[in-house]
Design a protein around this ligand. Structure first.
Ligand code: NDP
Ligand code: 2IT
Length: 444
């Protein structure tokens, strides 16, 4: 057996039931085999054995009292995966589906994504099985305070800097920051995605969605294609989906469908983004509400079926494994020519294979959604120098970062004889920087 196979077998044996984590490791390993033929020193130094074992895994009780006075208990996680190139950095997911395997897959992906940004940030991820849906503001605050009351002892601006992810936006980050400051008696850049008044970066909210569209636009331009006039399907209607839509609109693309976990809305003439923002960002309601203002728009109760809609470009921006091989076949048969991942691991390995075989321009999430964490790194820079950059300055940097990521991974793919395969490019380029840092730092 080869080196990657040996390490993979061990991962499967040692981490039973962590299916998403297995999938993420398998995905990276499937593209980096060639590296070990050229650089046997990585195997000698046990780089992969160390890479798949988180440096630290913290699992804790999060007790809180609901509005009826009932005691609730959730499980909190922070996986500090790899700090070879910088402090652990990555979001906090609050969703009832959260378990160890999901947080570990996200933390593992984050190592390579953060490496690709070019900043000095290591990989980490956390969260809880808490469901913010249907909770009052007071309940969300009590949960966040209890969560931080345990987490605060493990994090810090030079140690581990969490941020948002599914279910964690500016409101949750605010409550967590307040509690951290109170416990530590220190106002410091320990979280990113903060509101502007207390150290947040302009454009962090927009960064993942904008970055995704910059990346896809660059990828299309290289092949003589344009976003202008293209029909686009975006899954989800959260932070990433909404700001991807906003940038698509600016570039003249037409977003015909969006979804939430209940269903999707569709209008072949294009959706009204302002109405979606009102429903999702202000009223905190379900996407079906769109029909109140636009009764002619189609609503379908099954969000999975969004991929049956004919489109030129698909941007999955909801969650993992939302596009399977069947969906991928349908997209390809309907003439879709580009897929850009806003979410983390939204396409199953079988779906990715179909896209690559059919020469679909496919942007893997660890490259195409890296704009969010990249602007988080810019927020860290601004916090440590106590400055605030303008939105124009941040946007300019974001554009440069996304363009550099595409250049870097395209070049790497070519070097390894797989031109245009951005999966190979992203995995190898992300891996090499971390592996070299690990080599330099000895056996730690
Ligand atoms: P939000 O919580 O703002 O939005 C999530 C959206 O996805 C909602 O519309 C939600 O619908 C839908 N969704 C979530 N879980 C499921 C599910 N199991 N099935 C169907 N739909 C679901 O999260 P974000 O927009 O921040 O995150 C979206 C994706 O992007 C995630 O994969 C995240 O890891 C990734 N990402 C986020 C970054 C960021 O900066 N926020 C950066 C890089 C990647 P509903 O409201 O019904 O639950
Ligand atoms: O998946 C991700 O990159 C994020 N959720 C953002 C992480 C961050 O630290 O900004």
């Amino acid at each position: 057996m080869g080196y990657t196979q040996d390490v993979l077998s061990n991962v499967l044996e040692k981490n039973p039931g962590e299916l998403e984590f297995h999938q993420a490791v398998r995905e990276v390993f499937s593209s980096i085999e060639a590296v070990f033929e050229i650089y046997p020193e990585y195997e000698k130094a046990g780089i992969l054995e160390r890479l798949v074992e988180p440096e630290r895994q913290i699992i804790f009780r999060v007790p809180w009292m609901d509005d009826e006075g009932k005691i609730r208990v959730n499980r909190g996680y922070r996986i500090q995966f790899n700090s070879a190139i910088g402090p652990y950095k990555g979001g906090l997911r609050l969703h009832p589906s959260v378990n160890l395997g999901i947080i570990k897959f996200l933390g593992f992906e984050q190592i390579f994504k953060n490496s690709l940004t070019g900043f000095s940030i290591g990989g980490g991820k956390g969260g809880s099985d808490f469901d913010p849906k249907g909770k009052s503001d007071a309940e969300v605050m009590k949960f966040c305070q209890s969560f931080m009351t345990e987490l605060f002892r493990y994090i810090g601006p030079c140690t581990d800097v969490p941020a948002g992810d599914i279910g964690t936006g500016a409101r949750e980050i605010g409550y967590m920051f307040g509690q951290y400051k109170r416990l530590k008696n220190a106002f410091e850049g320990v979280l990113t995605g903060k509101s502007i008044e207390y150290g947040g970066s302009l454009l962090r909210k927009e960064a993942t969605g904008y970055g995704l569209v910059y990346f896809v636009n660059n990828m299309l331009e290289k092949k003589g294609k344009l976003i202008k006039g293209a029909k686009i399907v975006i899954s989800g209607s959260g932070n990433v989906a909404i700001y991807a839509h906003q940038k698509i609109k600016e570039l003249g693309g037409i977003v015909v469908a969006m979804s939430d976990s209940n269903g999707y809305i569709y209008d072949p003439e294009g959706l009204d983004l302002n109405e979606i923002k009102i429903i999702k960002e202000i009223d905190n309601k379900r996407i079906i509400e769109y029909k109140n203002k636009y009764p002619d728009a189609r609503y379908k109760e099954n969000s999975k079926e969004i991929w049956k809609i004919k489109c030129d470009i698909a941007l999955p921006c909801a969650t993992q494994n939302e596009i399977n091989s069947e969906d991928a076949e349908i997209l390809v048969n309907n003439g879709c020519y580009a897929v850009g991942e806003g979410a983390n691991m939204p396409c199953t390995p079988e779906a990715v294979k179909i896209f690559l075989e059919n020469k679909i321009l496919y942007a893997p999430g660890k490259a195409s959604n890296a704009g969010g964490v990249a602007v988080s790194a810019l927020e860290m820079c601004q916090n440590s120098t106590r400055t605030q950059w303008t939105a124009e300055e941040v946007d300019k940097k974001l554009k440069e970062i996304m363009s550099n990521i595409l250049k870097n991974i395209s070049m790497t793919a070519k070097e390894y004889g797989e031109e245009d395969n951005l999966v190979t490019g992203a995995n190898i380029a992300g891996f090499l920087k971390v592996a070299n840092a690990m080599l330099a730092q000895g056996v730690v």
